[in-house]
Write a protein that binds this ligand. Structure first.
Ligand code: SAM
Ligand code: DTB
Ligand code: SF4
Length: 346
């Protein structure tokens, strides 16, 4: 049941124990609409009030002790023609990365087996393409089949899709397609010039149209303002016909050689606030505490779980940069009394 905890209009009022439930405003498509000032008002709440609200919403939809473990694999690394200012894989920046070819089925099967053995339930394959060609999509479809045979949920992030691509991936068993909006529309041009916001929205529409679940989030800590963080969350929460099933919130990983290498750190509590606001505005989504955990203290990660994060990238590597090792993560979950989400018997 929606309560006024979920209502954009009521979002800035102090919460009282006797708060009366009332339905959240909906548009014609049945989706909640969030305007930027209302989302920013959530960011502006006293920290404990914001976390209380986020945790309350979280408990209405999820077991608060459960965290999904998703393992990433870069199946095609580097040499990307795009100029995303955060990304070590762009050909525009010298980050010392060696570009590779698309991985084969055997290597992907081995990585999927290792991930499953270590406790992951979701396996996400990333490729440094601007947009895959038809033959790339066919080859990745084969990799998706391989991952599914190992009993894992399959996710892929391959760049912009053309007509028909999402259907091929769906038919191979793809569960989620990851394509991030990355930032607010009015900050996007500061970071990326080689494709625009609408290109990203078009790909998301193709994914939805094929019936593949949407994984879409962004990066914070790129020099954007709080209002721009609120505008990113509003974009995600307002995606039609519904907000994404899965929302990765990345903290910028600063890579030498990229234009954002010397970006000042975002205040960690502002990162926690971003997670909380994503949880409140997208109550049923898996909110993933994504890139940047290696640089984050355990205490900040713990706050992110309290704020409603219920998924992490698991395994010692993200795509090209580091991630906490498996033992450290298992230790953290145990310390916090959190359990990995269990698979579906596959
Ligand atoms: N090339 C495809 C694309 O851009 O859609 C897929 C791979 S791309 C590496 C996937 C996502 O990784 C990006 O949209 C961005 O959100 C995230 N990412 C890349 N570099 C990052 C960094 N240095 N720090 C945080 N997130 C990053
Ligand atoms: C997402 O939002 N974050 C992941 C995944 N989707 C593909 C990627 C993070 C990449 C961090 C930099 C790197 O390791 O290259
Ligand atoms: Fe290429 Fe994706 Fe990196 Fe942008 S984020 S440079 S599209 S690999």
């Amino acid at each position: 049941m929606p309560t006024d905890l979920l209502s954009p209009a009521a979002s800035v009022q102090p919460l009282h124990f006797h708060a009366t439930p009332k339905p959240a405003p909906q548009d014609d498509a049945g989706t909640q609409r969030w305007n930027v000032p209302d989302v920013q008002a959530l960011f502006d709440l006293p920290f404990s009030e914001l976390l209380y609200r986020a945790q309350t919403v979280h408990r209405e939809h999820f077991d608060p002790t459960e965290v999904e473990l998703a393992t990433l694999l870069s199946v095609k690394t580097g040499g990307c023609p795009e100029d995303c200012g955060y990304c070590p894989q762009s050909v525009h920046f010298d980050t010392g990365l060696t570009a590779g070819k698309l991985m084969g089925v055997d290597a992907v099967r081995e990585a999927a087996q290792r991930a499953k053995q270590a406790g992951a339930t979701r396996f996400c394959m990333g490729a440094a393409w601007r947009a895959p060609k038809d033959r790339d999509v066919d080859a990745v479809a084969e990799l998706v089949r391989t991952v599914k045979e190992e009993g894992l949920e399959a996710c892929a992030t391959l760049g912009m899709l053309s007509d028909g691509h999402a259907e091929i991936l769906r038919d191979a068993g793809l569960d989620y397609y990851n394509h991030n909006l990355d930032s607010a529309p009015d900050f996007y041009g500061e970071v990326i010039t080689t494709r625009d916001y609408q290109d990203r929205l078009d790909t998301l529409e193709r994914v939805r149209g094929a019936g593949v679940k949407v994984c879409c989030g962004g990066i914070v800590g790129m020099g954007e303002s709080r209002r721009q963080r609120a505008a990113l969350v509003a974009q995600l929460a307002n995606l039609a016909p519904d907000y994404p099933e899965s929302v990765p919130i990345n903290n910028l990983v600063k890579v030498q050689g990229t234009p954002l290498a010397d970006q000042p750190d975002l205040d960690p509590l502002e990162f926690v606030r971003t997670i909380a606001v994503a949880r409140i505005t997208m109550p049923r989504a898996r909110v993933r505490l994504s890139a940047g955990r290696q640089q984050m203290s355990e205490a900040v990660q713990a706050l992110c779980f309290v704020a409603g994060a219920n998924s992490i990238f698991y395994g010692e590597k993200l795509l090209t940069t580091g991630n906490p090792d498996v033992e450290a993560d298992m230790g953290l979950l145990k310390k916090l009394g959190l359990q990995p989400r269990r698979g579906h018997g596959g």
